[in-house]
Design a binder for this molecule. Structure first.
Ligand SMILES: *Cc1c(COP(=O)(O)O)cnc(C)c1O
Length: 441
C-alpha cells in the first residue's frame, strides 16, 4: 500500500493495523546520520518509507512541523544525575504526542492539496490526544476536526487546551458521559461506512503509521549522540511510543534495551514478564494518559513476535473470548524489553526525590519511566523519555514536591481566553447530526 493511502486510511482494509512489509536494515546509514539536526534526520527516515511524496515536500512538512516547537533542538537531552532525560514536550501542547501530530497534520494537508478533497477528523480523547491533534491540524486547509471528550472528565487545563483554540475548523464536543461513551460513539460512526464515506471521515489514532514513524526519529537522533548502545525508558499506555523504539532498534538504531514502564494499569508489564496477556480493571492514576488496559498498538508488536497473521488472529480471538491469551513457545517474550510497573506512591516519591536531589521537575508520566529505569542497571547510557511538561499536571507535582514548582507561560494564558465547545448527549445520532451540519462542503 502506498504511504499516502496508509496515512489517510489509518487501518488496513481488514480492520488490522498497517505495518511496513519488511523492516529495512538502516545500519549502513547510521554513520552518515550522526550529528544531523533533528529535522534533517526526520527527512532521511521518512524517505526510507515514503516513495510517493517528493523530498522537497517532505522537507517543507518537517520544517513547518518542528518550527512549532519552543526549543531549537526540538527534543533536547538533559542530564539529571546518572540519567539523561529526553524532553519531548516542547511542542504546542507540551506533550510528546505533538512530535507526531505536527508531522501528520502537514502530511494530511499535502495529500489533500495534491489529490483534492477534504478530511473530517473524528477522535475521542480523555485528555492529551485531543489537544495534540487539534494543534496538528488547526489552520490547515480542507481539514476539520471533531474531538469528543467526556464533559467534566478531563482536567480543567486539558479541556482549556482544546476549547480555547479559536480556529473555525476545530470543534470540541463535550459529551455528557464517560470516555468509554466517547469511544463507543466514534467507533459506531466509523462503522457506518456510508456516513464515513459521505463526510470523508478520517482518524488520527496512535495506530496511524505516520505517527509511529515520526516517533522513531527521536530514538535514532538520541541514540546517535552516544558511542555506546542506549537504553530508553518509555512511559507506556497504548504502546505507540515504545513500538517506535522497538522498530528503530529493529532497523539498526544503536539501542540496547527498552524499559517498558507502566503505572498500575500494568497489563503490558505483566505480559512481558509472564507471556500472559490478561485484562484487568482500568485504574485512575496520576498519570492519566497511561490509564489504558487494551493497547491498540500492541497488536503490531505481537504480529512481529508471533510471526504470522494467523497466529496473531488466534491470539486475539482467544483474548476476546476469554479476556486472556498467552504466548507459550518456551522462548522469552522479548529480551530487549524490560517490563516494570510503578505504583502511585513510587511515582510521587520519584518526583519528590529527583526534585530534592537535582532540582529537576518531572511530570507524573515521566516519573513512572524514571522510577522504572532505576530498577535496571544497564551497562550503557540510560535515557528516560519525558512525555509531558510538569505544568500540565500541577496538582500532582505540587503534592509530590510540597510547593508550586511547575508552571509554563503557554498554560497560564489559557485561563483568560474564551472557550468554544458544544455539549452533546452521549448519543450517536446527536454527534452525527453535528458532524453533518459542520463538515466542510
Ligand atoms: C499518550 C501519552 C503516553 C503514553 O504513550 P503511548 O504511545 O500511548 O504508550 C505517556 N505520557 C503522556 C504524557 C502521554 O500523553
Amino acid at each position: 500500500m502506498p504511504f499516502q493511502e496508509a496515512v489517510m486510511t489509518g487501518l488496513a482494509p481488514d480492520g488490522g493495523l498497517l505495518l511496513p512489509e519488511s523492516i529495512p536494515d538502516l545500519r549502513g546509514r547510521l554513520e552518515g546520520w550522526r550529528g544531523l539536526q533533528f529535522g534533517d534526520l526526520a527527512v532521511e527516515l521518512f524517505e526510507e518509507f515514503v516513495s510517493d511524496i517528493p523530498r522537497d515536500v517532505l522537507q517543507g512538512i518537517v520544517a513547518k512541523a518542528f518550527s512549532a516547537f519552543r526549543h531549537e533542538d526540538v527534543t533536547p537531552l538533559v542530564r539529571v544525575g546518572d540519567l539523561h532525560v529526553l524532553e519531548l514536550f516542547h511542542g504546542p501542547t507540551l506533550a510528546f504526542k505533538d512530535v507526531a501530530m505536527q508531522v501528520l497534520g502537514g502530511i494530511f494537508e499535502h495529500i489533500l492539496a495534491y489529490r483534492g478533497g477534504r478530511l473530517n477528523i473524528l477522535c475521542a480523547t480523555s485528555g492529551d490526544t485531543g489537544s495534540a491533534a487539534i494543534a496538528g491540524v488547526r489552520q490547515r486547509a480542507n481539514i476539520r476536526i471533531f474531538v469528543l471528550y467526556p464533559d467534566g472528565g478531563t482536567s480543567a487545563l486539558q479541556e482549556r487546551q482544546m476549547t480555547t483554540t479559536p480556529d473555525a475548523n476545530v470543534h470540541c464536543l463535550a459529551i455528557e458521559g464517560s470516555f468509554d461513551d466517547c469511544q463507543r460513539i466514534v467507533k459506531s460512526i466509523f462503522g457506518d461506512l456510508e456516513f464515513k464515506g459521505r463526510f470523508d471521515l478520517g482518524a488520527v489514532n496512535s495506530v496511524n503509521w505516520a505517527r509511529v514513524l515520526a516517533q522513531t526519529v527521536y530514538y535514532f537522533h538520541t541514540a546517535l549522540r552516544f558511542d555506546k548502545a542506549v537504553t530508553f525508558s518509555v512511559p507506556t499506555g497504548n504502546f505507540g511510543d515504545i513500538l517506535a523504539g522497538y522498530l528503530a532498534r529493529a532497523m539498526g538504531a544503536p539501542i540496547d534495551k527498552l524499559v517498558l514502564a507502566t503505572n498500575s494499569n500494568d497489563i503490558l508489564a505483566r505480559f512481558f514478564a509472564t507471556g500472559v496477556y490478561s485484562l484487568g480493571p482500568v485504574r485512575r492514576t496520576i498519570s492519566p494518559s497511561m490509564d489504558i488496559q487494551v493497547a491498540s498498538n500492541f497488536e503490531r508488536f505481537l504480529y512481529y513476535r508471533l510471526g504470522s497473521s494467523e497466529a496473531l488472529e488466534a491470539f486475539m480471538a482467544d483474548f476476546s473470548t476469554n479476556g486472556a491469551a498467552s504466548v507459550e513457545d518456551g522462548r522469552p517474550i522479548d529480551k530487549s524489553i524490560l517490563p516494570a510497573a510503578v505504583s502511585e506512591e513510587e511515582t510521587m516519591a520519584t518526583i519528590g526525590d529527583v526534585y530534592a536531589r537535582h532540582g529537576y521537575v518531572l511530570d507524573p508520566h515521566t516519573a513512572v519511566g524514571v522510577a522504572a529505569a532505576r530498577r535496571f542497571q544497564p551497562s550503557g547510557p540510560v535515557v528516560c523519555l519525558a512525555t509531558a511538561h510538569p505544568a500540565k499536571f500541577p496538582e500532582s507535582v505540587h503534592a509530590a514536591v510540597g510547593e508550586d514548582v511547575a508552571s509554563h507561560p503557554a498554560l497560564e494564558g489559557l485561563a483568560d481566553l474564551p472557550e468554544r465547545k458544544t455539549v452533546l448527549p452521549p448519543d450517536v445520532d446527536a454527534v452525527k447530526e453535528f458532524i453533518a451540519t459542520h463538515a466542510s462542503a
